[in-house]
Design a binder for this molecule. Structure first.
Ligand code: 1HE
Length: 259
Protein backbone atom coordinates (compact mmCIF):
# COMPACT_ATOMS: atom_id res chain seq x y z
CA UNK A 1 0.00 0.00 0.00
CA UNK A 2 2.66 2.57 0.98
CA UNK A 3 1.96 6.17 1.93
CA UNK A 4 -1.33 6.78 0.17
CA UNK A 5 -3.78 6.38 3.03
CA UNK A 6 -7.30 7.71 3.32
CA UNK A 7 -7.66 7.93 7.09
CA UNK A 8 -4.04 8.26 8.16
CA UNK A 9 -1.44 10.98 7.67
CA UNK A 10 2.23 10.10 7.72
CA UNK A 11 5.43 12.12 7.78
CA UNK A 12 9.06 11.20 8.35
CA UNK A 13 10.70 13.83 10.56
CA UNK A 14 14.36 12.95 11.01
CA UNK A 15 14.36 9.48 12.56
CA UNK A 16 10.79 9.80 13.87
CA UNK A 17 7.83 8.61 11.79
CA UNK A 18 4.67 10.56 12.58
CA UNK A 19 1.40 8.67 12.14
CA UNK A 20 -1.77 10.75 12.50
CA UNK A 21 -5.24 9.22 12.78
CA UNK A 22 -7.04 11.48 10.36
CA UNK A 23 -10.84 11.18 10.60
CA UNK A 24 -11.45 14.11 12.92
CA UNK A 25 -15.06 14.54 11.76
CA UNK A 26 -15.74 11.07 13.23
CA UNK A 27 -13.43 11.68 16.22
CA UNK A 28 -10.91 9.30 14.63
CA UNK A 29 -13.28 6.35 15.11
CA UNK A 30 -11.58 3.36 13.56
CA UNK A 31 -13.54 1.73 10.73
CA UNK A 32 -12.42 -1.37 8.84
CA UNK A 33 -10.59 0.69 6.23
CA UNK A 34 -8.62 2.44 8.99
CA UNK A 35 -7.64 -0.75 10.80
CA UNK A 36 -6.30 -2.15 7.52
CA UNK A 37 -4.37 1.09 6.99
CA UNK A 38 -2.94 0.98 10.54
CA UNK A 39 -1.68 -2.55 9.95
CA UNK A 40 -0.10 -1.45 6.68
CA UNK A 41 1.59 1.61 8.19
CA UNK A 42 3.17 -0.44 10.97
CA UNK A 43 4.27 -3.12 8.48
CA UNK A 44 5.77 -0.80 5.86
CA UNK A 45 7.20 2.29 7.54
CA UNK A 46 10.39 3.82 6.11
CA UNK A 47 13.62 2.11 7.15
CA UNK A 48 15.03 5.50 8.27
CA UNK A 49 12.39 5.59 11.05
CA UNK A 50 13.79 4.54 14.43
CA UNK A 51 10.73 5.47 16.47
CA UNK A 52 7.05 5.96 15.58
CA UNK A 53 4.81 8.62 17.10
CA UNK A 54 1.06 8.11 16.75
CA UNK A 55 -1.45 10.90 17.47
CA UNK A 56 -4.97 11.96 16.54
CA UNK A 57 -5.98 14.91 14.36
CA UNK A 58 -8.71 17.18 15.72
CA UNK A 59 -10.16 17.38 19.24
CA UNK A 60 -9.66 13.75 20.24
CA UNK A 61 -7.11 10.96 20.05
CA UNK A 62 -9.62 8.25 19.16
CA UNK A 63 -13.30 7.45 19.81
CA UNK A 64 -12.65 3.72 19.42
CA UNK A 65 -14.31 1.35 17.03
CA UNK A 66 -16.51 2.94 14.39
CA UNK A 67 -19.74 1.55 15.78
CA UNK A 68 -21.38 1.47 12.36
CA UNK A 69 -19.02 -1.45 11.57
CA UNK A 70 -20.76 -3.77 14.04
CA UNK A 71 -24.36 -2.70 13.43
CA UNK A 72 -25.29 -5.54 11.11
CA UNK A 73 -22.57 -8.10 11.69
CA UNK A 74 -23.02 -11.78 12.57
CA UNK A 75 -20.99 -13.64 15.22
CA UNK A 76 -18.43 -14.88 12.69
CA UNK A 77 -18.12 -11.44 11.09
CA UNK A 78 -17.62 -9.94 14.55
CA UNK A 79 -14.97 -12.57 15.28
CA UNK A 80 -13.07 -11.86 12.06
CA UNK A 81 -13.34 -8.14 12.65
CA UNK A 82 -11.83 -8.50 16.12
CA UNK A 83 -9.04 -10.67 14.70
CA UNK A 84 -8.22 -7.87 12.22
CA UNK A 85 -7.80 -5.53 15.16
CA UNK A 86 -5.61 -8.08 16.95
CA UNK A 87 -3.37 -8.36 13.96
CA UNK A 88 -2.99 -4.57 13.62
CA UNK A 89 -2.46 -4.02 17.37
CA UNK A 90 0.18 -6.78 17.45
CA UNK A 91 1.98 -4.99 14.62
CA UNK A 92 2.16 -1.95 16.88
CA UNK A 93 3.14 -3.76 20.08
CA UNK A 94 5.74 -5.93 18.35
CA UNK A 95 6.96 -3.23 16.01
CA UNK A 96 10.68 -3.38 15.30
CA UNK A 97 10.94 0.20 16.61
CA UNK A 98 9.27 1.67 19.71
CA UNK A 99 5.94 3.45 19.40
CA UNK A 100 5.04 6.60 21.36
CA UNK A 101 1.36 7.60 21.57
CA UNK A 102 0.33 11.20 22.13
CA UNK A 103 -3.12 11.20 23.77
CA UNK A 104 -5.59 14.06 24.03
CA UNK A 105 -9.35 14.32 24.38
CA UNK A 106 -11.16 10.99 24.10
CA UNK A 107 -9.05 7.88 24.41
CA UNK A 108 -11.91 5.45 24.65
CA UNK A 109 -12.87 1.90 23.72
CA UNK A 110 -10.71 0.73 20.84
CA UNK A 111 -8.81 4.03 21.14
CA UNK A 112 -7.62 2.96 24.58
CA UNK A 113 -6.87 -0.52 23.21
CA UNK A 114 -4.73 1.12 20.53
CA UNK A 115 -2.96 3.32 23.09
CA UNK A 116 -2.26 0.27 25.28
CA UNK A 117 -0.49 -1.46 22.38
CA UNK A 118 2.01 1.43 22.24
CA UNK A 119 5.17 1.50 24.36
CA UNK A 120 5.04 5.04 25.73
CA UNK A 121 1.89 7.07 26.31
CA UNK A 122 2.10 10.84 26.73
CA UNK A 123 -1.27 12.32 27.73
CA UNK A 124 -2.14 15.98 27.76
CA UNK A 125 -4.50 17.28 30.42
CA UNK A 126 -7.53 17.16 28.10
CA UNK A 127 -7.31 13.35 27.89
CA UNK A 128 -10.04 11.12 29.28
CA UNK A 129 -10.22 7.35 29.27
CA UNK A 130 -13.22 5.03 29.19
CA UNK A 131 -14.32 1.61 28.01
CA UNK A 132 -17.89 2.29 26.84
CA UNK A 133 -18.15 -1.25 25.42
CA UNK A 134 -20.07 -2.25 28.56
CA UNK A 135 -22.64 0.46 27.93
CA UNK A 136 -22.89 -0.44 24.22
CA UNK A 137 -23.64 -4.11 25.05
CA UNK A 138 -20.41 -5.43 23.56
CA UNK A 139 -16.96 -6.45 24.79
CA UNK A 140 -13.45 -5.28 24.02
CA UNK A 141 -12.12 -6.76 20.78
CA UNK A 142 -8.83 -5.04 20.08
CA UNK A 143 -6.67 -6.81 22.66
CA UNK A 144 -7.80 -4.72 25.63
CA UNK A 145 -8.52 -7.72 27.84
CA UNK A 146 -4.90 -8.85 27.44
CA UNK A 147 -3.11 -5.49 27.57
CA UNK A 148 -5.13 -3.24 29.88
CA UNK A 149 -5.01 -5.45 33.02
CA UNK A 150 -1.22 -5.30 32.71
CA UNK A 151 -1.38 -1.50 32.88
CA UNK A 152 -4.09 -0.91 35.46
CA UNK A 153 -5.08 -4.31 36.93
CA UNK A 154 -8.11 -6.52 36.33
CA UNK A 155 -10.30 -4.81 38.93
CA UNK A 156 -9.93 -1.32 37.45
CA UNK A 157 -10.66 -2.57 33.95
CA UNK A 158 -13.68 -4.50 35.22
CA UNK A 159 -14.95 -1.37 36.98
CA UNK A 160 -14.49 0.74 33.83
CA UNK A 161 -16.52 -1.71 31.78
CA UNK A 162 -19.19 -2.50 34.36
CA UNK A 163 -19.88 1.08 35.43
CA UNK A 164 -18.77 3.22 32.51
CA UNK A 165 -16.26 4.97 34.79
CA UNK A 166 -14.30 7.74 33.10
CA UNK A 167 -10.75 8.48 34.24
CA UNK A 168 -9.45 12.01 33.70
CA UNK A 169 -5.88 12.60 32.52
CA UNK A 170 -4.35 13.07 35.97
CA UNK A 171 -6.09 9.98 37.39
CA UNK A 172 -5.06 8.00 34.32
CA UNK A 173 -1.46 9.04 34.92
CA UNK A 174 -1.71 7.98 38.60
CA UNK A 175 -3.01 4.49 37.75
CA UNK A 176 -0.57 3.85 34.88
CA UNK A 177 -2.61 4.60 31.77
CA UNK A 178 0.03 7.11 30.70
CA UNK A 179 3.67 7.37 31.75
CA UNK A 180 3.74 11.14 31.12
CA UNK A 181 1.27 13.97 31.58
CA UNK A 182 1.66 17.39 30.01
CA UNK A 183 -0.25 20.66 29.90
CA UNK A 184 -2.85 20.78 27.15
CA UNK A 185 -1.14 21.88 23.96
CA UNK A 186 2.34 20.83 25.15
CA UNK A 187 1.95 17.09 24.55
CA UNK A 188 3.38 16.97 21.04
CA UNK A 189 6.54 18.76 22.11
CA UNK A 190 7.11 16.19 24.87
CA UNK A 191 6.17 13.22 22.69
CA UNK A 192 8.56 14.36 19.95
CA UNK A 193 11.34 14.94 22.48
CA UNK A 194 10.90 11.39 23.84
CA UNK A 195 10.63 9.86 20.35
CA UNK A 196 13.85 11.60 19.27
CA UNK A 197 15.63 10.35 22.38
CA UNK A 198 14.36 6.80 21.85
CA UNK A 199 15.44 6.89 18.19
CA UNK A 200 19.05 7.37 19.32
CA UNK A 201 19.14 4.14 21.37
CA UNK A 202 20.95 1.08 20.06
CA UNK A 203 18.52 -0.74 17.71
CA UNK A 204 18.98 -4.07 19.55
CA UNK A 205 18.03 -2.49 22.87
CA UNK A 206 14.89 -1.00 21.33
CA UNK A 207 14.02 -4.32 19.67
CA UNK A 208 14.55 -6.20 22.94
CA UNK A 209 12.14 -3.82 24.66
CA UNK A 210 9.41 -4.06 22.01
CA UNK A 211 9.75 -7.74 21.15
CA UNK A 212 11.55 -9.66 23.89
CA UNK A 213 10.42 -8.02 27.15
CA UNK A 214 6.68 -8.59 26.51
CA UNK A 215 7.34 -12.26 25.72
CA UNK A 216 9.44 -12.65 28.86
CA UNK A 217 6.59 -11.11 30.88
CA UNK A 218 4.07 -13.50 29.31
CA UNK A 219 6.29 -16.58 29.66
CA UNK A 220 7.31 -18.57 32.73
CA UNK A 221 10.06 -17.69 35.23
CA UNK A 222 12.82 -20.00 33.96
CA UNK A 223 12.21 -19.36 30.27
CA UNK A 224 12.00 -15.64 31.00
CA UNK A 225 15.36 -15.56 32.74
CA UNK A 226 16.97 -17.58 29.94
CA UNK A 227 15.52 -15.23 27.28
CA UNK A 228 16.76 -12.24 29.28
CA UNK A 229 20.29 -13.67 29.36
CA UNK A 230 20.18 -14.35 25.63
CA UNK A 231 18.85 -10.87 24.80
CA UNK A 232 21.45 -9.25 27.05
CA UNK A 233 24.27 -11.31 25.56
CA UNK A 234 23.26 -10.43 21.97
CA UNK A 235 22.80 -6.74 22.80
CA UNK A 236 26.18 -6.33 24.50
CA UNK A 237 27.98 -8.08 21.63
CA UNK A 238 27.11 -5.35 19.07
CA UNK A 239 29.97 -2.96 18.14
CA UNK A 240 27.66 -0.05 18.92
CA UNK A 241 27.15 -1.35 22.48
CA UNK A 242 30.93 -1.78 22.92
CA UNK A 243 31.42 1.81 21.76
CA UNK A 244 28.77 3.11 24.17
CA UNK A 245 30.38 1.23 27.06
CA UNK A 246 33.82 2.63 26.16
CA UNK A 247 32.30 6.13 25.95
CA UNK A 248 31.06 5.78 29.51
CA UNK A 249 34.22 4.23 30.92
CA UNK A 250 36.37 6.91 29.27
CA UNK A 251 34.18 9.75 30.54
CA UNK A 252 32.54 10.73 27.23
CA UNK A 253 28.97 9.55 27.95
CA UNK A 254 26.29 11.37 29.91
CA UNK A 255 25.68 10.29 33.49
CA UNK A 256 22.20 9.18 34.55
CA UNK A 257 20.00 12.27 34.86
CA UNK A 258 22.16 14.47 32.58
CA UNK A 259 20.37 15.53 29.41
C1 1HE B 1 -18.67 7.98 15.92
C2 1HE B 1 -17.98 7.40 17.00
C3 1HE B 1 -17.81 5.99 17.00
C4 1HE B 1 -18.03 9.53 17.30
N1 1HE B 1 -18.34 5.30 15.98
N2 1HE B 1 -19.18 7.23 14.93
N3 1HE B 1 -16.85 4.23 21.14
C5 1HE B 1 -17.76 4.92 21.80
O1 1HE B 1 -18.75 4.42 22.28
C6 1HE B 1 -17.52 6.42 21.86
C7 1HE B 1 -18.63 7.14 21.14
N4 1HE B 1 -18.31 8.55 20.93
C8 1HE B 1 -18.50 9.49 21.90
O2 1HE B 1 -18.83 9.22 23.04
C9 1HE B 1 -18.23 10.90 21.48
O3 1HE B 1 -18.31 10.99 20.07
C10 1HE B 1 -16.86 11.47 21.93
C11 1HE B 1 -16.85 11.67 23.45
C12 1HE B 1 -15.71 10.55 21.53
C13 1HE B 1 -16.61 12.82 21.23
O4 1HE B 1 -17.68 13.70 21.48
P1 1HE B 1 -17.87 14.99 20.52
O5 1HE B 1 -19.01 15.78 21.11
O6 1HE B 1 -16.58 15.67 20.32
O7 1HE B 1 -18.27 14.42 19.08
P2 1HE B 1 -19.69 13.83 18.57
O8 1HE B 1 -20.58 14.96 18.17
O9 1HE B 1 -20.26 12.85 19.53
O10 1HE B 1 -19.27 12.99 17.29
C14 1HE B 1 -18.95 13.59 16.04
C15 1HE B 1 -19.30 12.58 14.96
O11 1HE B 1 -18.49 11.42 15.13
C16 1HE B 1 -20.74 12.08 15.07
O12 1HE B 1 -21.18 11.78 13.76
P3 1HE B 1 -22.10 12.81 12.91
O13 1HE B 1 -22.29 12.11 11.61
O14 1HE B 1 -23.35 12.98 13.74
O15 1HE B 1 -21.30 14.10 12.81
C17 1HE B 1 -20.62 10.80 15.84
O16 1HE B 1 -21.69 9.89 15.60
C18 1HE B 1 -19.33 10.24 15.26
N5 1HE B 1 -18.69 9.29 16.15
N6 1HE B 1 -17.59 8.39 17.83
C19 1HE B 1 -19.00 5.91 14.98
N7 1HE B 1 -17.15 5.38 17.94
C20 1HE B 1 -12.04 -3.40 18.67
S1 1HE B 1 -13.44 -3.35 19.53
C21 1HE B 1 -13.52 -1.80 20.28
C22 1HE B 1 -14.92 -1.55 20.76
C23 1HE B 1 -15.13 -0.11 20.97
O17 1HE B 1 -14.33 0.73 20.70
S2 1HE B 1 -16.66 0.29 21.61
C24 1HE B 1 -16.57 1.97 22.00
C25 1HE B 1 -16.95 2.83 20.82
Amino acid sequence: MGTDYKNIKTELKGKVFLVGLNRPEKRNAVNTETIVEIEDVFSNFPKEAKCILIYGEGKHFCAGLDLSDLKESSAIEGMLHSRKWHSAMDKIQFSTVPVVALLHGACVGGGLELASACHIRVADESTFYALPEGQRGIFVGGGGSVRLPKLIGVSRMTDMMLTGRVYKAEEGYQIGLSQYIEETGKGMEKAEELAEKISENAPMTNFALTNILPRIVDGGHDVGLMMESMAGAIAQDAPEAKQRLRDFLEGRAKKVGEN
